[in-house]
Structure formats: C-alpha cells, structure tokens
Design a protein around this ligand. Sequence first.
Ligand code: BES
Ligand code: MN
Ligand code: ZN
Length: 499
Amino acid sequence: MKINFSSLSLPRTGPLVVSALSGGKLLATAERVDMATGGALTRAMNASRFKGESGQSLTVMAPSGVRASRVILIGLGEAERVNDLAAQTFGGRAWKAVAGTGDKSAMIAVDPIKGSKLKTWEISANAAFGALLGSYRFDKYRTREKADAKPSVTALTIASRNSADAKKAYGPKAKVADGVFMTRDLVSEPANVIYPVTLAQQARSLSKLGVKISVLDEKQMAKLNMGALLGVAQGSANKPRLVVMQWNGAPKARNKRPIAFVGKGVTFDTGGISIKPAGGMEDMKWDMGGSGVVIGLMKALAGRKAKVNAVGVVGLVENMPSSTAQRPGDVVETMSGQTVEVINTDAEGRLVLADAMWYCQERYKPHTLIDLATLTGAIIVSLGNENAGMFANDDDICEKLTAAGKLVGEPVWRMPLGDAYDKLINSDIADMKNIGGRWGGSITAAQFLQRFIKDDVKWAHLDIAGVTWSNKDAPTVPKGGTAFGVRLLDRLVAEHYES
Ligand code: BES
Ligand code: MN
Ligand code: ZN
C-alpha cells in the first residue's frame, strides 16, 4: 500500500474519510462535506448513535453533492486526548473502513484540532503511520484467496495543510514500520521455513542498511564454551546460530559503549524430551519472537539512521526431542563458567539467553542490555495479553521503558526480583537448576537470567510471551504477530540514547 500526502481538496473518486470530535462536532472537511451534500452528515448523525466518540463511525454511501464514492465519518473523541497514539488509531480505523470498498484509491482528510497538543501535520504523519501498520497482512501462503476478499485500495492519500511537513515527519515512522513488518513476517513464518540458518540469513539482509553482521556457527560457539545454548540445540538436525547485528550510528567522536538488545530465538519449541502437549504446540513457531523483535528493531534503527550505537544479539536454536537431545538432569557449562542442571528441557529459552547475553557483554561491553523473550507461560497467567512483564536491576531503565511503552501503546508492567526468589533455583549438584518450583515461574526465570548479567550493566528483561501473538484485530495491530517491542525500543532509543 502506497501512502501519499497532499493538500486538502475533496477527492474526485473513491472513499473519503472525515472526522468529528465528541459531541458530534464536525471537523473542517466534514463540515465542508456536510454543506456540499445539503447536510447529509448531520442527518446521518441524527439518525444514528454517532456522537464523535473514539471507536464510533458511520458511512454515507454516494451522497449527492460530492464525488467521493462514500464518506466515512470517524469519531476522534475529546480534542485534548488526541495524541500520537490516538492519531495512529484513527489512521488504522480509517484504513479498515476504506480497504475493502472496491475502490483502488482512498483519501483521509486530516483537519486542525483545536485543543489537541498536536499540530495538523503531526496528526497526519501519525494517521499515515497507523494506517500503514493496520494494513499489514501475511498472505503469502493463501494461494486461492478471491480478489474481493483482499484489500482493493492500493494508494492512500493523507490530505491536510502543511503536507510537506507531514511527509517529512512520516519518513522515519515508515522506517519503523519496515522494522515492524519484518518482525511480523518472521514471527508468522512457519518453523519449516524459518529455522536458525534461515533466520540468520534474514538478519544478514540488514547489511544493505549498513548494519554489520556476524554469524557464529556451532563450532565457534563450542570454542566459546556456550554449553547451555548448544545443549538446547543438540537434539535438532537444524544447526544453531548466534547472530550479532551492529549499528554504529552515533557521531564518530563519541565512541560510546553501545546499548544492547538480546533476543530469544527458539525457532520451534517442542519442549524437547520434557515434551509439550500436542494442543497448541503450533504456537511455538513464534518462540523466536524475541529475536524477531531484535532483528526488526535493528532494521528500524538503521533504516531511520538513528544516532546511536546499538548491538543486537540473537541466539537461534530449535528445541527438539531425539536420540541426541539433552536429558532432564544433564549438567551443562555456560560460557560464563557457571554450571546448570537442566531439570526441564522445556525451560530452554533461559539457557539460550544465558550464553547469548554473556557473549554480548564480554564482547561488546554495553552500558545497558535489554533482553526480549517469549520466556514463560506464567507471565501470561500474571498479565494476560495486554502488558509485557518487565524485570530489571535498575529503576531508571524501568521508568524509561514504562514511559515509552505508554507513548507507543506497548505497555510493560514491572515484576519483582529478589534473593528469596533467587534461592529457588539453587541446585544440589550444579551452580543452579533451570527451573524453580511451581509458583512465580516468570520470576524464577528472570532470576536465572540475572545470574548472567554483570554488575556494571543496566539490565531489563521483557517477557513477551503474552504479547507476541494476538488473536484479535486491533486498529494498528492486525491479529497474528504483533512485533510488540519494536516500537517500544525504537522509542526508548529515540527519547534517551541518541546523541
Ligand atoms: N516458550 C515457552 C514459553 C511460552 C509459553 C511462550 C506459551 C509462549 C506461550 C518456554 O520455553 C517454556 O516452555 N516455558 C515453560 C517453563 C517451565 C518448563 C518452567 C512454561 O512456561 O511452561
Ligand atoms: Mn520451552
Ligand atoms: Zn520456549
């Protein structure tokens, strides 16, 4: 879908989206359409429950007096509450309303909103971003889908004053959307297509954007003593990889320590010998969600040429049961030298991350490390599908992540860490075991990870098991892979780590 920006004039064809505020107050273009149509919008409002609230909309088909094929009136709610996110939601809803109309082009009119903190061009840029995010589809394997089941609109015009400013502000947002789309694609792909070697190839494609890529194979990881990651991988015919993506966008003079992002990339999680039940196991194709976010995030940062030194590390393995698989009770030695008794082979993500995070810290000396992982079912029990779980050794990074999450609509909720939880993963025969008891499963998982974080590194762990995949459509997040984390961390970087 192609997005254009233009100045305001009523379209000669296709659907037109206009808007209203709470109380049914029509914005300028809606007002203009209402006049031109002899009050068609006012009559439609009076004939319905539409009051301009956010979430409300109404459609007037082919009204005489204008040339648009239909006019869609969308509610924006209270003017004071129209922020970036609300404008994106508006764009997403507008896209939904026009996409399948049968027309090839459509127009969204964006008018000044008195009482909003946003300038008109900011509303336009965000509406465009929201429409783009909402237009995502993963349809490459649907070979028999009828044309009229697909979106008809291929060009969307965002019409407002100062359209040149809107277009300029949209530029970097479109790059973030590129990252989001890549993540959604990777998460949606089945595990016979995306496995460690092919996921590493996908990451390699970022070199076009100036990202420096290095890929470690099994031998190199063995040399580095990554026994935990390799222990998970050993049951699969698909060989593991560890990919490093470096984006050095900070001004050269300041050769600063980077911020690091580390992702769990279990391309399929059967549970291994501690095998999972059959029902729902197909979901475990998205157990590489953390790595998908790190790859998409690096694409976004490089795409918009962020002035930051960032390093992304992803540990890629497939967790399979086989005659070569690791057994419950096996003891492995991690790159850090610490040993782990593997009580449950289904608690594999933390094993992969232990070596990936240690390697990242040893090699790249980040000041801050944020890891992302679809780590525990327990975090879904705690927080459902709305918030990611956040664990950290630093209050400041939590505040920054919480604030960024609110701004982009990817909220995180802090969970506790502490010595009493840490004790629960002590082992009788090794330095630790890979699971705690029955309770507090996401906390004991995070305690495990913390044992692989160096003292001088600010660290946050995002357990994204509940938010990586969505079963319901939302205006800017169609059901399926959400790419939760890409916008959050892009915003975190933009607000705090760019020079
Ligand atoms: N990948 C799963 C966690 C998961 C569950 C992600 C559901 C998304 C949806 C992880 O590797 C896992 O199996 N965790 C176990 C840990 C347990 C064995 C301590 C779990 O949560 O049951
Ligand atoms: Mn598992
Ligand atoms: Zn897993």
